[in-house]
Design a protein around this ligand. Structure first.
Ligand code: PPS
Length: 571
């Protein structure tokens, strides 16, 4: 069909080595912006041509066109906003036409940018246009509203140096490096496989078949920048991919790591992935069911239909510049001891079809159960088990939230003692009062200070969880968005169990164990939760405990039962 030729070099935004040394010295005097982790990923792909034809962070006109109909002002197809979001205060200090330095989190200057555009986006319009819904259950919409700065800056970028990577350096390639590699090996057709998950036998089969089908070589092109919160970390995945790579016939297949920050944007993301692969010299791209899907929305339904990504890709295929290869649903046929595409099995009723879903695999890993050889490669399973020990051996966080005087600390203390009695993992109590004495002694009770306090607790809890311990937190934590941010921090490493201590405000005030409610009513304590400050009742905590007719021991026991049910402790 289409005869793509993606082998010539692609424009990069870097200046020559000599100029970069000079520019670096000059840039040291510029106002600088410290890039976020996501912006570093975006900048790397801007500079190395992965986001060609973009020449910098988007202007307002490009952004508007992209949000409304996937087109840059030039008319070129581009589905994803690539914007430099900054704080209002920083943006206010700049003048249009000014050059700024873009630094990585360690302060290294990676690029300069001439600020040609500055605007305050309507984030709801962006969420609806790009992701199809203004629903914070979507990770990118959540990022947009709760992490991204309020103002966007746009302008051309001049690249000084690539972001530094200390891991898997030999496995990282720029688009031009990959193009040169394909050229050198005489690979005229290359089918790319995008992934953010470990590969098992079914993936190996389907990618190999896809390549055979279109008579192309195969590029395993996993994303190692930012993926969906909760995914297996890229260090583990790359070790797994390396094991799988040995399973392909020699010299048919290559693997390269892509430092992309995914948005989980489903159909638009698939088109974006295709454009990125075209820039990397690929001619074909595998698009599967629910490609780059973000999971369920806040009503419990899928954000996108399972084939929306394939449909959109097909529609724009010739503009994207790569041909779509359909992703076959591979299943294991026991009698024939091989994988076959589900829709090609004619004797379905006479054979035994085996499959293990992603959810079932996670359950088996969590519970330390067997993972059969037909499903995955032993090296992959060993790696996954090393990183994700069974749930009962992982760290976790129990996060109590509720009004002052609701009983959080008392239940948390009882829980701590019960867990210590059981033994096995170190337990740390991060009680509201203790934290305020040791970690947050300079903070008050404004929204900003409370958020900072809770983020600090979340940071410590996530470190404890990462290292296999149990963190019990018991702050008021009145804001739902902050609790969610802490959940995300912790869930990277283990379970987050939110427990709402649902004692009513009236009861807390009636008990008034510290006499604070009286002072708050008299106006002697300002910004008091429930009286003169808000409290967002948790909508879907893992557990809600009532304390009014139940004693402390029983409340702590309910938490223990929940932990058992979640497989975090063994009964
Ligand atoms: S927060 O909102 O999560 O940062 O609060 P936290 O760190 O848990 O601190 C709550 C304890 O501080 C005392 N205190 C107040 N609480 C709420 N509002 C105001 N203005 C306030 N001033 C002091 C109060 O004793 C809380 O303790 P607990 O254990 O919750 O009763």
């Amino acid at each position: 069909m289409t005869n793509f030729n993606n082998h010539g070099p692609i424009p990069e935004l870097y200046v020559s080595h000599e100029s970069s040394q000079k520019l670096k010295l000059e840039a040291a005097d510029l106002v600088s912006h410290d890039l976020t982790a996501r912006q570093v990923c975006d900048l790397e792909l801007l500079m190395n041509g992965g986001f060609n034809p973009l020449k910098g962070f988007m202007s307002e006109a490009d952004y508007d066109g992209v949000v409304s109909d996937m087109r840059l002002a030039s008319g070129a197809l581009w589905p994803m906003p690539i914007t430099l979001d900054v704080a209002d205060e920083f943006a206010g200090k700049l003048e249009l036409g000014q050059d700024i330095a873009l630094r990585d989190p360690e302060g290294v200057i990676l690029a300069t940018m001439t600020v040609t555009d500055r605007w305050t986006p309507d984030k709801s319009v962006e969420a609806k246009g790009v992701f199809g819904a203004d629903d914070s259950a979507h990770p990118a919409v959540n990022y947009l509203h709760n992490t991204a700065g309020a103002v966007y800056l746009g302008g051309p970028v001049t690249g000084i140096q690539q972001p530094v990577h200390y891991d898997f350096r030999a496995r990282r390639d720029t688009p031009n490096e990959l193009r040169a590699y394909f050229r050198k090996l005489g690979w005229r057709k290359v089918v790319a496989f995008q992934t953010r998950n470990p590969l098992h036998r079914a993936h190996q089969e389907l990618t190999f078949r896809a390549a055979k089908e279109v008579q192309a070589n195969l590029l395993i092109h996993p994303v190692v920048g930012m993926t969906k919160p909760g995914d297996v970390d890229h260090f583990t995945r790359v070790r797994c991919y390396e094991a799988v790579l040995d399973q392909y016939p020699g010299s048919t297949t290559a693997m390269s790591l892509l430092n992309l920050a995914m948005r989980m944007g489903g159909p638009r993301e698939a088109v974006w992935h295709g454009l990125i692969r075209a820039n990397h010299g690929c001619t074909h791209f595998i698009v599967g069911r629910d490609h780059a899907g973000p999971g369920k929305n806040s009503a419990g339904e899928d954000f996108y239909g399972p084939y929306d990504a394939q449909d959109l890709f097909r529609k724009y295929q010739s503009e994207i510049g790569v041909e779509m290869v359909d992703f076959k649903h591979m299943v294991y046929v026991q009698e024939r001891a091989q994988y076959e595409p589900m829709d090609e099995i004619e004797d379905k009723d006479d054979v035994t079809i085996l499959n293990i879903s992603g959810t079932e695999l996670r359950r088996r890993l969590q519970e330390g159960l067997e993972i059969p050889e037909w499903f995955s490669f032993p090296e992959v399973v060993t790696e996954l088990r090393r990183t994700r020990p069974a749930r009962a051996k992982q760290g976790f966080t129990v996060f109590f939230t509720g009004y002052s005087g609701s009983g959080k600390s008392t239940i948390a203390n009882a829980l701590m003692v019960k867990l210590m009695e059981m033994g096995g993992r170190p337990v740390t109590l991060l009680d509201g009062d203790i934290v305020r004495k040791n970690l947050s002694s300079e903070l008050g009770f404004s929204k900003e200070h409370r958020d900072l306090n809770i983020r600090r607790i979340g940071y410590v809890a996530s470190e404890i969880t990462k290292n296999g311990g149990i963190a019990i937190c018991a702050p008021i934590a009145p804001y739902a968005t902050t609790r969610r941010a802490v959940r995300e921090d912790v869930e990277e490493f283990g379970a987050f169990v939110e427990v709402h201590v649902a004692t009513s405000l009236e009861e807390c005030e009636r008990r008034d164990r510290k006499g604070l409610y009286k002072l708050a009513r008299a106006g002697k304590i300002k910004e008091f939760t429930g009286i003169s400050d808000p409290y967002d009742i948790p909508e879907t905590p893992e557990l809600r405990v009532e304390t009014e007719k139940v004693d402390v021991d029983n409340c702590a026991h309910q938490v223990i039962l929940k932990l058992e049910q979640m497989g975090l402790i063994k009964g």
